[in-house]
Structure formats: structure tokens, C-alpha cells
Design a protein around this ligand. Sequence first.
Ligand code: ZN
Length: 110
Amino acid sequence: MAPRQSEHVACAAGQDVLAAGEITFGENSDGYFVEAVSNQSTGYCPDPDCWPAVAEALDRLDLPHPGGFTAPLTFRRCPACGERNIVRDADFTCALCAADLPAAWNFDVA
Ligand SMILES: [Zn+2]
């Protein structure tokens, strides 16, 4: 984990970035817990299927968490214009050029 304005690559210290997003912690009489967690990273645009990496990190810290992203986002890069899109209401259409977006996560494609 790293502060909000830091780069994922720096946080990963040269290793693969396994997940990215935002996390909010709460505190109660039992200690700290994860109040909210998302994959909201417009730099890395991770797929919600990166949750197991997040859960593993939180479990290693013994931090109670919600068991999944509280606000999962679906990102796709438009193959026609290159724009980064957030898919809403299962509409896989580019918001910029109206091209079809792929069903599978595609930020690993050059
Ligand atoms: Zn497009």
C-alpha cells in the first residue's frame, strides 16, 4: 500500500502490480478495519478480478475487510481510439468514438 498520489510501479518496487485502487480504513473498539475498497485507478485500470491479491494482502495484515470491492469498476481501452473507458450498465461502447469495447480486460495489450 502507498499514499494516494504515489505511483503503483514505485509501490511495487519493480515487481508486477497485482492490484490498484483506493481503500478507506475505519476504526472501532476491535481496531482498524477496511471500510471501503475499490479498483478505482485510472492509471492502471485494473479488472475487478484482481480482488484475490487485495484480499491476500489484507488477510496477511489481519485486517477485517468486506470480502470484495465495495465499488467495483470495469475498465476497457477502446481498440479504435485508445480511450480509457469505464463500462457502465454493461454497455461496452466507447464513450468517445462509439466503437465496441472488448468483453475481456485489455490494458495488458500494447
Ligand atoms: Zn473509442
